[in-house]
Structure formats: structure tokens, C-alpha cells
Ligand binder design. Sequence first.
Ligand code: ATP
Ligand code: MN
Length: 465
Amino acid sequence: MPTYYRIAPLLANQPLGATVEVRGWVRTRRDAKGDFSFLEINDGSTPANLQVIAEARLDNFANEVRRLTAGCAVEVVGTLVASPAKGQAVELKAEAVNVRGWADPEHYPLQKKRHSFEYLRTIPHLRPRTNSLGAVARLRGALSFAIHRFFNQRGFVHIHTPIITTSDCEGAGEMFTVTSLDLEHLPRTADGRVDKTRDFFGQPASLTVSGQLEAEVYALALGNVYTFGPTFRAENSNTSRHLAEFWMIEPEMAFCDLAGDIDLAEALLRQLIGEVIDAHPADLDLFCRYVDKTLAQRLDAVANREFARITYTEAVARLERSGRSFEFPVSWGADLQSEHERYLTDEVFKGPVVVTDYPKRIKPFYMRANDDGTTVAAMDILVPGIGEIVGGSQREERFDQLAARMDEMGIDREQYGWYLDLRRYGSAPHSGFGLGFERLVQFVTGMANIREVIPFPRTPGSAAR
Ligand code: ATP
Ligand code: MN
């Protein structure tokens, strides 16, 4: 009986002389004159292909093996031998090639040449079969697992916050409405408005933009918690770093101030990147070679260097002094635009930078007021090439300050009674942040567009498949 192997461990262990079976998809077939063919097989476990030698003595050689083309699914049994030729250390001498699925070469859209990422986006159901998108998927999975490991090692409880929410002002971006009303026949109130009390939940509901407020509930009971789930923003941002549906990691810690919050975010990024560098060299190498030549150096800077820290006020001063003419003018009180963030990361600090203490006017109601009366205990982590990857803050734990701020911003105290209760009963300093998972995958792979790092991207005007 042959031993079934995935190609990654087969190439790593090289059990020469063993009879093994591999299952995967043909990348190419090359015919040597007359009596044998080379098949390159990829099974999705590594970017590397396994070379298979199929000889004419195979009983299906003429009518099947010689008809194999890119995309065909095969199971191959054979003997692993040292390869006499350059390019691979080992190859599989086939004893049987079973074709499980044909792929009509007239129509199969993935041919041997390199396709553009834009083109691959039009075939999201086939693009994970390419080297680069396959590597993205493996790294994405590895990062997800590493995130859970990081928090688990530190005793954080993983909590599941709701995806459907009735809070209408979680403080970030536009929300998607969730409704079961028939849009063609809406129930009306006496004065002609849509009667939202007749909707599924008896009140308006939306898809969550963040699990933070609910995470605060659990942090103030369990200490340290995190959520890692999908979030939704109906903002019309057609950029290379915004999606309408993206995943976010949101830790929340009781008895923790802004400095502790930054330390955790920095430790998380450092450990994740360190682990990927150690555990996934083959996938990472593909991005360093074909996607972004400066990637290795940039990842190294995160894994091995302290992040720079600067206040918003200092950052604005640096930008004003830069002598640059930015598309969006810099002035104290305005939010940093991506070009400003890039200037700080790519040119001033040449690495990640933590910007703290933003003006309260541009930040949500729940951030803790600083003593100066104009800024809040907020922090964003900016990384080269991308800009903001983490946004966090110390939360306002003082009842009076929070209630006053809500009044100022026109937020209904009654609707947020539960949130204020957390400040009425056993309130404690607490902090947290949101790390955008796709921005992290973008940073680790060097992919220029966020649409390449999520399997089925949802963006304005586009949610095919
Ligand atoms: P940006 O200013 O880049 O639009 P934001 O300040 O609106 O982001 P936050 O509300 O702070 O974002 O969300 C926390 C994190 O979630 C961000 O730091 C980022 O990594 C990620 N994120 C936010 N919006 C998106 C989006 N539309 N697509 C992908 N990731 C996002
Ligand atoms: Mn932010």
C-alpha cells in the first residue's frame, strides 16, 4: 500500500525509495520524445510542484496521460527517487496516474503564463489555484491560527460578539441595514413613514461595524477578552485598503491604560510576523521575489525593532515642517490622510509608528478624554506601505465624562443605558483596539490591493460569488 503524502511534507522529508501517493492538480505536462512525459503537480500544500515522470508502460499513457492539461485532477502512485536533473531534488516515478477530473483546455482560464491580479479577480472561484493566491490563503489561515494562539497563551477569553446589532452609533463608518421587510410593500405608520417596529426585531437593525462595545461588557466581567469576526462598512471607499466586509481582531482589557494597549498591539504584530517568517518560508519567499522586493526588509523591521511613538500633535508638526505639498492640507484638528500616514511611516520613521492622543473632535464618543480637554487617549498604528493597521483607545470609564460626551454628540442615553451601566457598576479603566485582519495579510504578503487577500472581496458595486 502506498503512503499518502501532501506535497509539502513529501518535499521536506524526501523518503527516497518509498511508494507514495499524491493527489493534486496538473500545472503543466511536458512530453519527452517517444516514451515518457513530465507532469508538474500542485496539491495546494506549498507553492512548490512535484515533478512526476510518467512512462509509456503505464496502461493509460497514450489515451489519458498524454491528454492531461493544466487544471486536471489526478492521483499518482509511484516511487520517490532522487532527480537526476536540475530544478528539483526529488521526483515521483509513476506506477499509476489516475485521472479524477478533466479540465477542458479550450476553456480552462488558468494557463501557464502569469495572469494579472485584476484578471484573477474576475475568476474568484479558480484563482486560489494560482501560486500567489494559494500562498495568500495559506498565510491568511496561518495568521488566523497564530492570532488565536497569541491570545490563548496570554489567558484571553475568545468571545463571539453579535453580527446583527441594534446599536446605531458604534462610532465607525456607515452601516448596512438588516431587514426582513418586503421593500416593495413597506408597512407604514399613520403619518406615512416606514413602520420599523414591524420589522423582524421590532426595531431597526444593522450589520456590526465593530464588536468593541460588546467586548467591553465581557472585559468588565472576565478581564481580558478578544473577538475575531466579520465587520461591515457601507462606506463608499474604493481604495486599495477598504472592503465592505472585512475581519477584525478586537482585544479588550480591564485594568489597562493606553500604554498597556499599545504594548499588547506591538507584541501581537511582532509575534505574528515572527511566526510567519519562521514557519512559512516558502510562501513568504514567493511574495519577496515576485510581489514586493522590499518585503523581507519591512517584515524584519517589525519583528525586530521597537515601534516609533509620536503624539498626533507632534505628527502634525512634523508634517507641517516637511515642506511637502500634500493633496490634503495638514492642520491640527483634521484627520491624518493616507498620504500623511505614508510620509510618517515611509519617510520619517522608515518603519511602524504609533500615533497617540488625537483631537477628540475626530474620534468616537467612547474614547477617554485627556486632561488637556482637547485630545483623547487614542492610538493608531501605522505601517509602511499601508498606513493605519490598528486603531485603538483607552475607553472613557468615568460615568460623568462619558454621559456628558454622549449628550454633546447627541447620543441617546436611554439606548445606551447598558453601556452606561458598565460605568455605574464597578467601572474600571479599560482599553482595546481593532486590528484589521486583511490589512495585516496585506502587510505580510506585500499585496498592493486588499481585494487579493480575502477569498471573495465585497466592495462597492461588487459582490459576485
Ligand atoms: P481608515 O481610516 O483606514 O478608513 P478607520 O479609522 O475607519 O480606518 P477603525 O474604525 O479604527 O478604522 O477600524 C479598526 C481597523 O480596522 C483599522 O485600523 C483597519 O485596520 C481596519 N479597517 C477599517 N476599515 C476597514 C475597511 N473598510 N476595510 C478593511 N479594513 C478596515
Ligand atoms: Mn481608526
